[in-house]
Design a protein around this ligand. Sequence first.
Ligand SMILES: Cc1cc2nc3c(=O)[nH]c(=O)nc-3n(C[C@H](O)[C@H](O)[C@H](O)COP(=O)(O)OP(=O)(O)OC[C@H]3O[C@@H](n4cnc5c(N)ncnc54)[C@H](O)[C@@H]3O)c2cc1C
Length: 584
Amino acid sequence: MQIHTYDTVIVGAGGAGMRAAIEATRRSRTAVLTKLYPTRSHTGAAQGGMAAALANVEDDNWEWHTFDTVKGGDYLVDQDAAEILAKEAIDSVLDLEKMGLPFNRTAEGRIDQRRFGGHSRNHGEAPVRRSCYAADRTGHMILQTLYQNCVKEGVEFFNEFYVLDLLLNDVAGVRSTAGVVAYELATGELHVFRAKAVVFASGGNGKFYKVSSNAHTLTGDGQAAAFRRGLPLEDMEFFQFHPTGIWKMGILLTEGARGEGGILRNKDGERFMERYAPVMKDLASRDVVSRAIYTEIREGRGCGPEGDHVHLDLTHLPPEQLDAKLPDITEFARTYLGIEPYTDPVPIQPTAHYAMGGIPTNVLGEVLADNTRVVPGLYAAGEVACVSVHGANRLGTNSLLDINVFGRRAGIAAAEYAAGADLVELPPEPARFVADEVARMRDSTGSERVTDIRRALQETMDRNAMVFRTEQTLKEALEDITALRRRYRNVSVQDKGRRYNTDLLEALELGNLLELAEVLVVSALARKESRGGHYREDYPNRDDVNFMRHTMAYRERDAEGNESIRLDYKPVVITRYQPQERTY
Ligand SMILES: Cc1cc2nc3c(=O)[nH]c(=O)nc-3n(C[C@H](O)[C@H](O)[C@H](O)COP(=O)(O)OP(=O)(O)OC[C@H]3O[C@@H](n4cnc5c(N)ncnc54)[C@H](O)[C@@H]3O)c2cc1C
């Protein structure tokens, strides 16, 4: 086991991690640990754009953006945080431009902007052009730009280092950050990284669903590590289903396609969104559109012999526009479906996309230990975190924004904290937990296979904890997950080697997914209302009296080592906008 010592350690080299690293490296001795090469992070798959009220092409301002974010999140958003997001959006985009990001331009040479779901002029009057974009490769451009700037700043990367544990220790009775434990893929060695400040920027956890837009690697390692160490997870029941995944595959076709004028149609060719959202139509928020699609399908108006999808129609858009603005997703339709979007509608269905919940933080990125205290030295930003700017449903283009705004804030806050703090002593045998898990997995002769358990998990989540939920379906999911967690104890991997043992890591990642799926379902069972991405058919209305509050889930173990999840709640921060009925 090797021990390294830094001021600041950042876990993750996606948009949030690299934006944090640029700030932290300027201010402190910083290491970035990442299980992937930085430019392979999921941020690079983001397509449609990044929101900012630049008002380059239409009247707009940050206050409208704040309102749209709060309404989009079905009033579960912390409004102080949403205000920061919308205000700092403008400088965030300009910073990226200065770093060299090639945004699409207007004829006058300004950053071009397009429409996106839920973004409106003057509190819902009409859609507004707020999304800054680089064709349908905005995330790719952001990731490359940030990486180039990290190289320029001399950021120190540890690539293919899997962080598997968070180290905390008591300092005068307060649990404080001591570092992390990482597994090096190339050698199978364990490394302890001592640090005064740690920033989790390890991304989402959408791989517990089968039909998902998420990369194979989005397994919630950061969330699970914090949770196992007794820290809370906030609002995990809120998971976003993006309306337009490629039918059966879930590969994303950006909302920018509808922003450019694409239309959803049912089997009769009807533009059905006019019935569900008379003003915003196809550009209503994602939860609304995904429910509408499934309602069409359930009521027999789905397309195809099975009636199990609807169409995204781009055929009325000029091919030049598709080539210039949506080159990648039109190519996806050709490659994966053999469909020519110039002339034929594209079969789509909702796909699991984004975790609104995560590790709770305040607006500086400091991680909360409970409703009132922070964990000294611990920070989180990006999809792993819950600030909460997305509430019960994130607006499209607000995540690329979130990772830039709160990645930057967390990087600065962590490095400044490290400048004035001492290293916390390591807990005894710091790598023990990870060493035991790795040995258990490698040495096990159990009969269970990772792929079987993962498939079963994804199937029950798709069936029971997707767009529509009821007490019964959620209970079924919970029973399945409990049984799968039991089977998981008996899992073994075929590769017993030390070098590049990806089998072993997939097994550990599966453990994280099982852990987080349970949190999602337990939190969803307790939330007896419908709000944003969490829709309970047995409680179809929003209930502000009882549920206008954030869920805080904690892992508990009794004296015999039996595990359970305890739920607590946290008030929502309301500044300007009292909850209203939400229509689009
Ligand atoms: C297909 C797709 C399209 C999208 N399009 C848009 C869009 O147009 N606009 C928008 O706003 N949002 C979009 N999103 C959402 C947005 O891209 C993501 O929420 C955001 O990029 C997440 O960034 P991140 O930095 O938090 O995480 P990621 O970019 O996922 O990076 C996570 C990093 O953590 C590292 N990591 C993970 N686990 C470990 C571990 N155990 N140890 C060490 N390192 C670890 C990984 O190596 C990686 O570097 C899209 C998402 C998807 C999936």
